[in-house]
Design a protein around this ligand. Structure first.
Ligand code: HEM
Length: 400
């Protein structure tokens, strides 16, 4: 059996799909987590396309002390069901339009060049600190209209939110889990307070930025409440942080592990988008999305009662042999790539066009500048410790 990228770098042991293994069952109840795990692609796709049966409002099942403060949070768009979700999605889509994203291309290229210009001369590059972390944060901060120079603050808060190495669980475990949840909520609260100040300012003094557009967006005479704008800005800033960072790092890691594709994509840049899509399938940044059953329902021949939490492992589904031929092979030119890395259905990632654009622009500039980008023996990449994520936190590379 060949060594997988996950074995080479010692990725989280629970991420079996990265090691060429298949789940014993497509659906199983985990006593430990108090949730059902779903691993199959058609099953997950059907779940994500049926919000009436599978609600995104997981707050119904999460104990109150594991939740953000109810007074200051409305719950995010991610956790809304129809009809409220449609309303919210329409409103925010008016501010975060395809044109707003497409117009960012020159700025994304300029920021990428500035960041790489600042890398000390030499034959190495730590990709995350140099580019993969700051690029998406600066882009989203500028778009929202908050000072990009505050990014060390966001980083502290966001790191606190994702520092736990334990699996999310509905089963109360120990003090350690409580402390991790507390720290995560503190980080979330600090970010919320920070954004609240900016939202209030925009209400007083509108500017030409996304926060103002969100404050002013209207649907049938209705506007978003202060808490709704803060929550949405919160999601964007969070999503703007870790996701594209993981996408960029993972794409470079995939090319490092598959030098033949590294050569091909450098020679033919039309392959950059398919390389990004295949990296999203091969090393899916967010491994799972959660849903709650609204009624008793049969999934893949198994009956699941009402009011149960489902963890839909999109990362495992992205290696489902029924959908992907040779799922363990990195093949950007596979005939079809219906990966679920950005989800499906009504909650399909709103930031997907931005993530794809940042990935394309940054990879092209990296290829132009560095003829070689390879991992360094004895200096392995460091990964996110959270088992629901696959992405680098540090990626030391040699450029010669
Ligand atoms: C590689 C990068 C990214 C990945 C893998 C990713 C993944 C996802 C997934 C799986 C969902 C669906 C969650 C569900 O169905 O419960 C989602 C939703 C969402 N994403 Fe992303 N995301 C990425 C980048 C971004 C970026 C850059 C932004 C914004 C700047 C963003 C904003 C959002 C928002 C607002 C939603 C909620 C949409 C809704 O509920 O209607 N994402 N993302």
């Amino acid at each position: 059996m060949t060594t997988t990228l996950a074995d080479t770098w010692g990725l989280h042991e629970s991420q079996f799909w990265l090691r060429g293994k298949h789940p014993e069952k497509l659906l199983e109840f985990s006593e430990d987590l108090g949730m059902w795990n779903v691993y199959g692609h058609p099953e997950i796709e059907a779940i994500l396309r049926d919000p009436a049966t599978f609600s995104s409002d997981t707050t119904r099942l999460v104990p109150a002390d594991m939740m953000p403060d109810a007074d200051t949070s409305t719950g995010s768009i991610l956790q809304l069901d129809p009809p409220l979700h449609n309303k919210m999605r329409k409103l925010v889509s008016r501010a975060f339009t395809p044109k707003v994203v497409a117009d960012l291309e020159p700025r994304i290229a300029a920021i990428t060049r500035e960041l790489l210009d600042a890398v000390p001369a030499g034959d190495r590059l730590e990709l995350v600190a140099a580019l993969a972390y700051p690029l998406p944060v600066i882009v989203i901060a500028e778009l929202l209209g908050v000072p990009a120079s505050d990014r060390h603050l966001f980083k502290g808060w966001v790191d606190r939110m994702f520092e736990s190495a334990d699996q999310v669980s509905l089963v109360k475990k120990d003090e350690k889990q409580d402390a991790a949840i507390r720290r995560s909520l503190e980080g979330q609260q600090a970010l919320t307070d920070y954004l609240g100040v900016h939202v209030d300012e925009r209400r007083e003094k509108p500017r030409d930025d996304l926060l103002t557009k969100l404050v002013e967006a209207e649907l049938d005479g209705e506007r978003l409440s202060r808490a709704e704008v803060v929550d949405f800005a919160n999601i964007l800033l969070l999503a703007g942080h870790i996701t594209t960072t993981m996408l960029l790092g993972n794409a470079v890691l995939c090319l490092d592990a598959h030098p033949e594709w590294d050569q091909r994509v450098r020679a033919d840049r039309s392959l950059v988008p398919p390389v990004i899509e295949e990296s999203l399938r091969f090393l899916t940044p967010f491994a799972a999305v959660a849903r709650v059953t609204m009624r008793e329902v049969e999934i893949g021949g198994v009956t699941v009662p009402a009011d149960r939490m489902l963890l839909c492992w999109v990362a495992a589904a992205n290696r489902d042999e029924r959908v992907f031929r040779d799922p363990g092979t990195f093949d950007p030119l596979r005939a079809e790539n219906p990966h679920l890395a950005f989800g499906r259905g009504i909650h399909f990632c709103l930031g997907a066009p931005l993530a794809r654009l940042e990935g394309r622009v940054a990879l092209n500039i990296l290829f132009d500048r560095y003829p070689v980008l390879r991992t360094i023996r004895g200096e392995p990449p460091k990964f996110q410790v959270n088992p629901n994520m696959t992405g680098v936190r540090e990626l030391p590379l040699t450029t010669v």
